[in-house]
Write a protein that binds this ligand. Structure first.
Ligand code: HAM
Length: 417
């Protein structure tokens, strides 16, 4: 029986992989230009890392975690997101009490046992950025600006930034209580999940996608009306900075995010072209998480981009100049092949992608192969060319024209193009 990929998982194949490389390179350039260093953490962690950080009453932990016990009976899980692992690593290697700020970025597969649909997978890639040690709203704004800049460089202009403030340890309990009372008064109209959320995690009810719940919570109290003065100042500071950086935003008072660690700033970049799963990136501030996971009290803020969603949005903008130029060597006979191998290697070292067929095929079949490989040029060499010290260089993309080039000048010819 043929074995295929698991439901909700997918191969990222050529030629699409070239778009991924371009997107990844662009994100690295933007983040490294702002002093972020890459941090790679394992895919498998202790399950407790995710239950303690993301929250026991979230969908991710309740329903979506890939968890298992290993051969020694340890409870482990595949990471469903990057932030918890980066905090774990920060606490293990970098954290010092009252320490300086640190900036990390990461790229890798995440795992959530969700119901697969367009733009929603069980294994998906995130590229994210986290800053430790700054509670200043200018840091939140700079991070948002970086995500905005990434989209701009990828020519994605149709994405809307939504921001909200979720309050802090001081003011959120009051908001939570008011919201619970509001939800309790409409309990009959809520779905079973939201009924449970009233006690466990009332904020999540604001994110429920079931139409009756949306209707029932239409006039729900807003976190923005319950902010303490510090949170209020922080949120205003964020908005001022975004305006200064010319990043357009919309305040979305129902934006609560699917992870429990957020405080104050929460944001998402959404794009209507994505359908129901319209968030291309999300993030926010999590000032208590470092301490909650055993580190020194350290404010932190970050975001993560969903790579599948971003790639699907920008694949049409993939610039031709990003593609490595390709040359196919169609050599007729083993003598021509032997003579041309050093030329092929030389061009490869100069940055071209080069390939030769060793199969002794006809010229017609080699040209067909060259077409299929979407090469830019084919170098044709037969017995006659070898005798004359020449190669025929055929342009494959536009004109289809052919030129005779001396073998001694072959590399020079391509360099001059
Ligand atoms: P998140 O909103 O859960 O946040 O995920 C970030 C992005 O990952 C989403 O906006 C979406 O594009 C993508 N994503 C999430 N689930 C899936 C899925 N099943 N299939 C495809 N793409 C998906 C976080 O994960 C936080 N750790 C972000 C963060 C970083 N907050 C602070 N720092």
């Amino acid at each position: 029986m043929k074995i295929t990929t698991l439901k909700g998982m997918h191969d990222i194949k050529p030629p699409e992989i070239a778009v991924w490389h371009w997107v990844e390179k662009t994100i690295r350039e933007v983040l490294e230009g702002a002093f972020f260093s890459e941090l790679r953490t394992p895919v498998v962690e202790e399950e407790a890392l995710f239950t303690r950080s993301i929250g026991n009453a979230t969908e991710i932990v309740e329903k979506e975690l890939y968890h298992f016990t290993d051969r020694k009976g340890r409870k482990l899980a595949l990471r469903p997101e990057g932030t918890a692992s980066i905090v774990r690593s920060f606490n293990e290697h970098f954290a010092t009490a009252g320490g300086k700020t640190h900036r990390f970025y990461y790229l890798g597969p995440m795992f959530r046992y969700e119901r697969p649909q367009q733009g929603r997978y069980r294994q998906f890639y995130q590229m994210g950025a986290e800053v430790f040690g700054s509670k200043d709203p200018r840091t939140d704004a700079e991070l948002i600006f970086l995500a905005h800049e990434i989209f701009k460089r990828l020519k994605l202009t149709t994405t809307e930034l939504q921001i909200n403030s979720l309050g802090c340890k001081t003011c959120r309990p009051n908001f939570r209580e008011t919201l619970s009372q509001f939800l309790s008064s409409r309990i009959q109209s809520l779905c079973a999940d939201c009924q449970r959320r009233i006690q466990k995690n009332p904020l999540r009810a604001l994110d429920c996608k079931i139409p009756t719940c949306i209707e029932a919570t239409a006039g729900a109290p807003s976190s923005l009306d319950h902010l303490c003065s510090d949170c209020q100042t922080h949120f205003e500071g964020l908005q001022q900075r975004l305006t200064l950086l010319k990043v357009p935003y919309r305040i979305h008072a129902r934006l609560v995010r699917g992870l429990d660690y957020y405080e104050r700033t929460a944001f998402e970049f959404v794009n209507t072209q994505l359908g129901a799963q319209n968030a291309v990136a999300g993030g926010g501030r999590y000032d208590d998480l470092v301490h909650d996971l055993g580190g020194p009290s350290t404010p932190a803020v970050g975001f993560a981009i969903g790579m599948e969603r971003l790639v699907s949005l920008v694949s049409g903008y993939y610039p031709v100049e990003e593609r490595r130029k390709k040359i196919f060597f169609a050599c007729l006979g083993s003598e021509a092949q032997t003579r041309m191998i050093p030329h092929m290697m030389e061009l490869r070292n100069l940055g071209w992608a080069t390939l030769m067929s060793y199969e002794n095929e006809s010229l017609k079949s080699m040209l067909r192969q060259a077409d299929r490989l979407e090469v830019d040029y084919t170098v044709i060499v037969g017995e006659e060319e070898i005798r004359q010290g020449l190669a025929q260089v055929k342009e494959m993309k536009t004109t289809g024209g052919q030129s005779s080039v001396g073998l001694a000048d072959l590399a020079g010819y391509f360099l001059r193009l």
